[in-house]
Write a protein that binds this ligand. Structure first.
Ligand SMILES: Cc1cc2nc3c(=O)[nH]c(=O)nc-3n(C[C@H](O)[C@H](O)[C@H](O)COP(=O)(O)OP(=O)(O)OC[C@H]3O[C@@H](n4cnc5c(N)ncnc54)[C@H](O)[C@@H]3O)c2cc1C
Length: 261
């Protein structure tokens, strides 16, 4: 069995987000980490590997620095890694990103593709389902549990208020939630091997067949981010000190005034 896990290197938002004056993300001013949903997706793949002997290839599209997240994946237990990097691919929106990653995956054998539900920087949750669409395979999103049974993948799909149990024939794509599972730590031996023994395969534009230049990079991105900024915090709210009966009518008047009721 062959599993492809898509991994994005993202700015670490634990200590807040740093913006440039023009509203774009100042990636250089922030540490970079493996996207949390992707780390959980990799852990899902590693657990399947333990049961089935599957081979795991991680794929990342990004700047050459994204080599680091691929080596982190090696140190966790991934077998192979592909970095898709080329200046002409920069500035991609989700359409161009998914078109490019799908073209890369077409170069690989796969039964199961795992992506994260969403990346913590772009936050769109579009890339996984879009890759499936480009490849013409089914997708199950919001996977809280993933098991392999013969040629099928069984997934518990998590919603806010309910769960779906789904079974789909491979090849298929699953998007994993960071809550799905706790990722393992890198092992010391794995870290040495990741840098001394393993090679990251690097693909540029020329290595990606079946990909239209109209669908790559900034020029091939229909979505432009006009501005990004921190959310403006709401005020402290209004405090009143009334008896219970007067409180009810006060609240009802406010709701009516705001056309809530
Ligand atoms: C603040 C902000 C807002 C944005 N809003 C939009 C928008 O509304 N529309 C739009 O088209 N673009 C938007 N973008 C651009 C978007 O971030 C990029 O297109 C990005 O390459 C992929 O989208 P995402 O981060 O939302 O990924 P998501 O769709 O949230 O990612 C889902 C999963 O896809 C996989 N994946 C995504 N990117 C990669 C990668 N480079 N390599 C490997 N795996 C990957 C990962 O497994 C990830 O968990 C925005 C960017 C920023 C910084």
């Amino acid at each position: 069995m062959k599993i492809v896990v898509c991994i994005k290197q993202v700015p670490d938002t634990k200590n807040g987000v740093v913006f440039n004056p023009d509203g774009t993300l100042n990636r250089g001013a922030m540490d970079k980490v493996m996207n949390p949903d992707d780390k959980a997706g990799l852990e899902v793949a590693l657990q399947i590997k333990e049961k089935t002997g599957a081979e795991i290839t991680v794929v990342s599209m990004g700047i050459p620095d994204a080599d680091t997240v691929i080596r982190e994946a090696f140190a966790m237990g991934a077998d192979k890694g592909v970095l898709i990097t080329d200046r002409v691919l920069g500035g991609a929106d989700t359409w161009a990103t998914s078109s490019t990653i799908a073209a890369g995956i077409r170069n690989l054998d796969y039964d199961l593709i795992i992506t994260g539900r969403q990346a913590i920087d772009g936050d769109t949750a579009q890339v996984g389902p879009q890759i499936a669409e480009h490849l013409g395979i089914p997708v199950i999103s919001y996977a809280a549990n993933v098991e392999v049974e013969g040629d099928y993948v069984k997934v518990d799909r998590q919603y806010d208020d309910r769960m779906h149990k789904l079974k789909v024939k491979m090849p298929c794509l699953v998007t994993a939630l960071s809550e799905t599972t706790t990722p393992r730590y890198m092992t010391p031996g794995g870290i040495f091997d990741a840098y001394d023994e393993k090679e990251v395969t690097v693909w540029g534009r020329a290595d990606l067949k079946d990909l239209d230049d109209a669908n790559i990079g900034l020029a091939g991105s229909p979505t432009k981010i006009a501005k990004a900024s921190d959310k403006v915090r709401k005020g402290a709210g209004e405090k009143v000190n009334l008896d219970p009966t007067a409180s009810v009518s006060y609240i009802m008047d406010k709701l009516t005034e705001k056309h809530v009721i």
